[in-house]
Design a protein around this ligand. Structure first.
Ligand SMILES: Cc1cc2nc3c(=O)[nH]c(=O)nc-3n(C[C@H](O)[C@H](O)[C@H](O)COP(=O)(O)OP(=O)(O)OC[C@H]3O[C@@H](n4cnc5c(N)ncnc54)[C@H](O)[C@@H]3O)c2cc1C
Length: 470
């Protein structure tokens, strides 16, 4: 029996408990039922308490709802008795609910096994916490590029990392999941123990249950080189040109960058992050960027964790505005595509913040060729990211409409540039919440629907938010 629920690694999943009708009264009764069912390792929190506030807030407030209660399970058995992550979903309802939110924050263990070169991560951790815990072992995993993002959402949706040019997406490096199935059974999912679930969880989010631990391959990690550079005025166009050139010519798997073009009240600036996975980049590698006059720069040799913290100043949403992400998949970042990005903000020129991000990954082919994944990202080059933000709920409709127009305009610019998008899928972790399943999972949709039905025949997890295989 169920009520609407939400799951989040740092913040909100949705929930499974006695269904007493979809009213606040029934939600409260469900909260009390959970409080009676769980052990002393776990707790239920109500509106007004600090744990409740921490457990329901999001990176964008437009993704938050006031739940009846927030549950913090402390053991997998208690998860099993109930059935939340990092709260970076930018769609209302993906990790929020009026019902019961499950906050995984107590599932924060990390173990490193040097023999198998793997680390097992509790899904209540955020990526910066993971990097901090792994630093003493001088190893790393393929994870998120910003502080505060949860393990659960990022890995279960794909996972683009600073290490992806060399090791693939996070899902390529997963060797096992600990999963609480919708019927409450706890299962260890590996390529050999449950190949269908192993396939489904690599892109399929919460459709098959709640993931409590993820085991990932580890890689040697030493000092890295990189930091943030800001450009303004005419230098933005020069940065755009340098990006197109870098995207076309870089073949080094240890090198990457992200260029954010951010319009604040219509005024543009460029925020560039450079990364090289070694203390010193090869001479000349980033010279196009470094030759442009910048307004600030923080390039240095540092630890990976210091690099992540230092480049996570949250420039995309410093004021915690409402908003949403969107994406376009592009084989190649070219001059016409970049120009369209640069001219598109006209559709939402009054917005306090409109951002377009280029992430020039080296043509991503599937690295884990042995094991197929629900998210087939090898059919495109790189995801372009859009982020539109606004202060008031009354502007939600205009904001969502504007980002859809911008997404359509950029998609058309890519097609007009002669690039073939017929087989491309969109990256689920960046996609708008109403994106059709076919646009995300392509030919895998029927397989994923039957897999969902096999493991959740009564649709318990359909009560959780996100892309649903129905
Ligand atoms: C500032 C920012 C930076 C980002 N950087 C990156 C990046 O470097 N690379 C990248 O690939 N993406 C990035 N993203 C996108 C990010 O991957 C998605 O927003 C992702 O969904 C966030 O995961 P979360 O756990 O924090 O979110 P949540 O909102 O907590 O969860 C997202 C979804 O996953 C489900 N879920 C979460 N945990 C579990 C679990 N344990 N079991 C089952 N289901 C679960 C939730 O129910 C929800 O539907 C970024 C987003 C933002 C806003």
């Amino acid at each position: 029996m169920l009520i609407p629920a939400a799951l989040s690694s740092f913040l909100p999943l949705s929930l499974l408990t006695p269904r007493l009708g979809d009213s606040s009264q029934s939600y409260n009764a469900t909260c009390k039922h959970i409080a009676r069912s769980i052990s002393y390792a776990s707790d239920v929190y109500y509106p007004g308490s600090l744990n409740f506030i921490n457990g329901t807030q999001h990176w964008v407030p437009s993704s938050s709802q006031v739940s009846a209660c927030s549950v913090e399970p402390g053991t997998v058995q208690d998860v099993s008795a109930i059935i939340r992550s990092g709260g970076h979903a930018t769609t209302l309802g993906f990790s929020s609910t009026l019902g019961v939110i499950i906050n995984l924050i107590r599932l924060n263990s990390l173990t490193y096994d040097p023999v198998s070169s793997t680390a097992t991560l509790g899904t209540g951790l955020t990526w910066d916490q993971v990097y901090q815990k792994l630093e003493p072992y001088e190893v790393n995993v393929v994870g998120g590029r910003t502080i505060g993002i949860g393990i659960g959402g990022l890995v279960l949706g794909g996972g683009y990392s600073w290490l992806s040019n060399r090791h693939g997406l996070s899902i390529d490096t997963v060797t096992g999941f600990e999963l609480v199935l919708p019927n409450g059974t706890v299962v260890d999912v590996t390529a050999s123990s449950a190949p269908d679930l192993f396939f489904g969880l690599k892109g399929g989010y919460n459709n098959f249950g709640l993931v409590t631990k993820i085991t990932m391959r580890t890689y040697k990690q030493g000092l890295v080189w990189g930091g943030l550079i800001d450009y303004t005025g005419d230098n933005i166009n020069k940065a755009n040109a340098a990006l197109v050139n870098f995207s076309a010519t870089n073949v080094l798997p240890d090198a990457n960058c992200v260029l954010h073009i951010i319009f604040s009240e219509g005024i543009p600036r460029a925020s560039l992050i450079l990364f090289y996975n070694d203390p010193t980049p090869p001479a000349g590698l980033f010279s196009d960027f470094l030759g442009i006059t910048s307004s600030s720069s923080s390039l240095s040799t540092r630890t990976f964790l210091n690099f992540i913290v230092g480049t996570s100043r949250d420039s995309l949403n410093p004021s915690h505005l409402r908003g949403t992400l969107s994406t376009v998949s592009v084989p190649d970042i070219t001059v016409p595509v970049v120009n369209e990005y640069y001219s598109t903000p006209g559709v939402f020129s009054s917005a306090p913040s409109v951002a377009f991000s280029f992430e020039p990954f080296i043509g991503c082919s599937i690295i884990d060729t042995q094991n197929a994944a629900a998210f087939q990202y090898d059919t495109f080059g790189t995801p372009l990211l859009l982020f539109f933000a606004w202060p008031n709920a009354t502007e939600d409709a205009a904001g969502f409409s504007a980002i859809k127009m911008a997404t359509t305009a950029i998609t058309q610019a890519v097609i007009n540039d002669g690039q073939d998008l017929s087989d491309t899928v969109l990256y689920p972790n960046y996609a708008l919440g109403d994106t059709p399943l076919e646009s995300l999972y392509g030919a895998n949709v029927p397989i994923l629907k039957s897999l969902r039905f096999k493991y959740d025949p009564t649709g318990i997890f359909l009560n959780t938010g996100g892309f649903k295989f129905v």
